[in-house]
Design a protein around this ligand. Structure first.
Ligand SMILES: [Zn+2]
Length: 759
C-alpha cells in the first residue's frame, strides 16, 4: 500500500469513506498495488482530499486551501484514481454496466474535487507559486489520463459492455453513457495494436511540442513588435483613454515617444477605429495581421505544415478519412460536410452585406472630401465603419451604461430564471469563499422549496485573475447512488470594482455576456440526470454554447428592462427610444463580423479536409480565399500563421465553425418564443427546459432540439438577426440530414469560456 494513505488508514478505508467500497470493489477483486507515478514524501494535506462537508450537501473548503498542498493532493488523487481503475480493470467478474461503466463514474472523485479547487486557483487567484505548480503538474496530469485511456484490460471491459447493451437491458441513459465512454476510448486509440498505439503516442507528444512552439511564436511577435507614435500628431483622432494607454505603454517600455501601440487585438482594434493617420493605420494593420508570418525564428508556416501532416496521419491511424472527420465525429454536426453546408449558406449573404457596408463607407468618405478613386483598404474598415455608426444611429454607449447597474442586472437574471425555470435565489453566508468579493446564493425550486444547487458569483477584476468571463461547474448534479447530489456552479467576470456604496455601471455588451454566462449556470443548475458524466454542460462542443447564447435574448425583453434597467441616479427605467436605437444598431457591421469569422472557419475546415498533402499555408490561404471570393477590404479574423484556436492545441481544430452552429440554434430557438406568446411563453419555456436544459448529454442533441422545436433547426432566424436576406424563400435546414446516430462526447471537465461576440 502506498504510504500516501497512512493518515487515512488504507486505500480501502479511504475508498469506504468516499462511499466507493461497493459490491464490485469488495467482492473477489484484490486491490492491485497502484503504480505511483511519482515520488511523494510529504504527509498528505487532508483538507483538499476530504469529501466536501458542511451545509448544502457539502461545499468546497475554500478557507483551508494552501497552494503548497496542490501538488501532493493532485498526486494522491491520481494514485487513488489509478487504484480504482485497476480494481475495475482487473475485476475477475464478467463485465457489466454496473461493475464497469457505473464504477468508472464512481471513481476519480477525490481527484475531481482537488482539480476543481486547483482550477479555481489557476484562473482566479494565480501567482508565481501557483504558476510553478501548474508548470509541473499539467504534463503529469496529461500523462495520467493517457495511462487510463491506454489501459487495455479496462477497454476490453468497456467494449464488452458496449457490445452487449441490448442483452443487458440497459436504460437509455445507461446506453448513452456506455456509448459515450466506449467511443471516447476508441477515439483515443484504445483499439489499436501496440505499434500503432506507440506511434499514436509519439504523434501526440510531437504535436504537443509543436503546439507550444506555435503559440510561443505568436506571443513573441505580439510582445516584440510595437508601433511607435513619435509625435503628438501621430495620436490624432484617438480618444483620451487611448492616448493615455499609448503613453503609459511608451513609458513602461522606456521609449521616448508620444505613445506606443502594442501588437495585440485589444490595442490594435481601437487604434484602427479611431486613428486619423492612414499610413499609421496601415502599419498597425500589417504588423498585426502578419504575426507568425514574418520569416525568421518566429515564423509559423513550417510548423503548420508539420502539424497538418501529423494530424492527417493520426486520423488515418484511427480509421478516419481526415482530421476533420475525426474531430466532427463527436459533435452535433457529425460530418465536415454538414458544417461546410451551413457556412456556405451564410457566406454569400455576409459577403453581399460587406459590399453594402463598403458602399456606405465610400459615400461618407467622398462626403468628407476623399479623392474620386479612393478605395477602402482593410486598415480603413473599422475607421469608416465607426463614422457611419455615429452618423446613422447616434448611439452613445455612455448613455446606455447609466441604466445598467451590475446588481440590478443580476436581479434581472434572477427574475428571468424565476419565470423560465421556476428558480428562486436566496443569498447565503454560511459557506467559505475563495475571495471576499465572492458571494453565494442558494438556488431553490419556487414550487417545492427544495434546494437545486448553489450559485457563486465572482464579479470583479483583480491581479491573478484571467481576463474575460466564464462559468465553472464545481460539482455536477447526479443521483447514481440514490442520494441526490446537487449542482454547484459559478459565474466569473472582470468588472472594475467601484467605490464602496457606488453602483458598478456596465456596457450593453457586458450585460449580454452576464446573461450568456448565467445561461451556462442555468444549464448546470437545471440538470436532472442519473450519471454525473452526462450532466449539465457535459455536452458536445458545437452544442454547449447554445443554451447560453439563447439566454442572451432575455436581456432585451421589456419585462427585464422596465424592472431592472434603471438609471443609477433617477431610478427611472431606460427610455424606449434608447432601446430602439440599440436594437436598430444591432445589425450594424454584421457583414464585416460574419465574413471575417467565416473566412477563418472555412480555412480551418478546408485545411483539415485536405488530407496528407503537404500544404504551404500562405499559398493555401491565398488561393482558397480567392476561390471563395473574399472581399479585398478585410482579412480573416485569425490568419493561418496566428490561428491559436486551431494550432496551439487540438481544441478548436476543424471546430471554429462551432460558434456559428450554436448561434444558429440559439436564434432559431428564440424564434420559437416570438412565434408563440413571446419571451415568457410558459409552454415554449417548459419545452426548452425539459428537452435542452435538464437533459445534459443523456440524449442526442439533435433529437433533444427536435423535441423542443418540433423540427430541425433552420438558419432563417439567424439571417434575420444579422440583417441578411435569405437566398430563396424556402427555409433551409441547418441540421445534418442523418442526425439519428447519437452524438458522442468525452468526459471533459466543464469550463465554459465566455464567447460574447469576440472570438
Ligand atoms: Zn459561453
Amino acid at each position: 500500500m502506498s504510504p500516501l494513505f497512512t493518515s487515512s488508514g488504507s486505500l480501502l478505508t479511504l475508498l469506504a469513506g468516499l462511499g466507493l467500497a461497493g459490491a464490485a470493489l469488495s467482492a473477489q477483486a484484490q486491490p492491485s498495488a497502484p503504480k505511483a507515478p511519482m515520488d511523494v514524501a510529504r504527509p498528505v494535506p487532508m483538507p483538499l482530499l476530504q469529501p466536501w462537508d458542511g451545509p448544502h450537501g457539502g461545499v468546497p473548503p475554500f478557507d483551508q486551501v494552501k497552494v503548497a498542498d496542490f501538488k501532493p493532493a493532485l498526486e494522491a488523487g491520481m494514485v487513488e484514481n489509478l487504484a480504482e481503475i485497476a480494481l475495475i480493470a482487473n475485476n475477475p467478474a464478467a463485465p457489466t454496466f454496473d461493475n464497469t461503466i457505473a464504477e468508472m463514474e464512481r471513481s476519480g472523485r477525490t481527484l475531481d474535487r482537488v482539480q476543481t479547487v486547483y482550477g479555481i486557483w489557476g484562473t482566479s487567484l494565480n501567482n508565481a507559486a501557483m504558476a510553478a505548480v501548474q508548470a509541473e503538474m499539467e504534463p503529469k496530469m496529461a500523462a495520467f489520463s493517457d495511462q487510463i485511456t491506454q489501459n487495455t484490460a479496462l477497454f476490453k471491459r468497456i467494449e464488452a459492455v458496449y457490445n452487449s447493451m441490448a442483452a443487458q437491458k440497459l436504460t437509455p441513459e445507461q446506453q448513452r453513457l456506455t456509448e459515450v465512454r466506449y467511443k471516447a476510448f476508441v477515439r483515443a486509440g484504445a483499439k489499436l495494436d501496440a505499434p500503432a498505439k506507440a506511434r499514436l503516442s509519439a504523434i501526440n507528444q510531437e504535436l504537443a511540442g509543436l503546439f507550444n512552439k506555435f503559440s510561443q511564436n505568436v506571443l513573441a511577435d505580439e510582445a516584440d513588435q510595437t508601433l511607435v507614435l513619435k509625435t503628438e500628431q501621430d495620436l490624432s483622432g484617438l480618444p483620451t483613454s487611448l492616448r493615455d494607454g499609448a503613453k503609459a505603454a511608451a513609458d513602461s517600455r522606456k521609449v521616448a515617444a508620444a505613445g506606443v501601440i502594442t501588437n495585440t487585438r485589444s490595442s490594435i482594434d481601437p487604434f484602427l477605429t479611431y486613428s486619423d493617420q492612414r499610413p499609421l493605420r496601415e502599419n498597425a494593420w500589417r504588423m498585426f495581421t502578419n504575426r507568425g508570418d514574418n520569416g525568421g525564428a518566429h515564423d509559423n508556416n513550417a510548423l503548420i505544415t508539420q502539424i497538418l501532416q501529423l494530424r492527417a496521419e493520426r486520423a488515418k491511424l484511427l480509421g478516419y478519412k481526415t482530421h476533420a472527420h475525426l474531430r466532427l465525429d463527436n459533435t452535433m454536426a457529425k460530418t465536415p460536410e454538414a458544417a461546410m453546408e451551413l457556412m456556405e449558406q451564410v457566406w454569400k449573404p455576409a459577403v453581399a452585406r460587406v459590399h453594402e457596408e463598403v458602399a456606405d463607407m465610400l459615400a461618407l468618405a467622398k462626403k468628407e472630401g476623399s479623392p474620386a478613386d479612393f478605395k477602402i483598404e482593410p486598415w480603413d474598415y473599422n475607421y469608416y465603419a465607426e463614422k457611419v455608426r455615429k452618423e446613422r444611429y447616434d448611439l452613445d454607449q455612455n448613455e446606455v451604461k447609466q441604466y445598467l447597474q451590475l446588481d440590478k442586472m443580476r436581479e434581472g437574471m434572477f427574475w428571468m430564471a424565476g419565470e423560465l425555470f421556476n428558480f428562486s435565489f436566496v443569498p447565503v453566508s454560511d459557506v467559505p469563499v475563495f475571495h471576499p468579493d465572492v458571494r453565494v446564493w442558494q438556488v431553490n425550486d419556487k414550487t417545492t422549496g427544495k434546494q437545486v444547487g448553489l450559485w457563486y458569483f465572482d464579479p470583479y477584476a483583480r491581479p491573478g485573475k484571467k481576463s474575460g468571463a466564464w462559468m465553472n461547474a464545481y460539482r455536477r448534479q447526479q443521483r447514481l447512488d440514490g442520494q441526490p447530489v446537487t449542482t454547484i456552479v459559478s459565474n466569473n467576470s472582470n468588472f472594475v470594482k467601484g467605490k464602496a456604496g457606488e453602483p458598478v455601471l456596465i456596457s450593453w455588451t457586458d450585460a449580454t455576456t452576464l446573461f450568456h454566462e448565467f445561461g451556462h449556470a442555468l444549464h448546470g443548475l437545471s440538470s436532472n440526470v442519473t450519471y454525473g458524466g452526462l450532466s449539465g454542460t457535459s455536452v458536445v462542443r458545437d452544442y454547449v454554447e447554445f443554451p447560453s447564447q439563447v439566454l442572451e435574448n432575455w436581456l432585451a425583453t421589456p419585462e427585464v428592462l422596465n424592472r431592472f434597467a434603471l438609471h443609477y441616479q433617477t431610478g427611472k427605467p431606460i427610455p424606449q427610444a434608447l432601446v430602439d436605437r440599440i436594437d436598430k444598431a444591432s445589425t450594424f457591421n454584421e457583414g464585416y463580423a460574419t465574413t471575417e469569422f467565416l473566412a477563418s472557419a472555412l480555412i480551418d475546415m478546408k485545411l483539415h479536409l485536405a488530407g496528407d498533402q503537404k500544404i504551404d499555408p500562405d499559398k493555401f490561404e491565398r488561393e482558397t480565399l480567392a476561390q471563395l471570393g473574399m472581399p479585398s477590404e478585410l482579412v480573416m479574423r485569425h490568419r493561418t500563421p496566428q490561428f491559436n484556436h486551431v494550432f496551439s492545441s487540438d481544441g478548436y481544430s476543424a471546430g471554429y465553425y462551432s460558434y456559428l452552429w450554436s448561434v444558429v440554434l440559439a436564434a432559431d430557438a428564440f424564434s420559437a418564443f416570438t412565434e408563440a406568446g413571446g419571451a415568457y411563453d410558459k409552454q415554449v419555456g417548459e419545452r426548452l427546459r425539459q428537452h435542452v436544459f435538464t437533459v445534459g448529454n443523456t440524449i442526442d442533441p439533435a433529437a433533444g432540439y427536435r423535441a423542443f422545436r418540433g423540427r430541425d433547426p433552420k438558419i432563417d432566424a439567424l439571417m434575420k438577426q444579422r440583417g441578411f436576406p435569405m437566398a430563396g424563400a424556402a427555409a433551409t435546414s441547418a441540421a445534418p440530414a442523418a442526425a439519428e446516430n447519437p452524438a458522442k462526447t468525452t468526459k471533459v471537465k466543464t469550463k465554459v469560456k465566455a464567447s460574447g461576440k469576440r472570438k
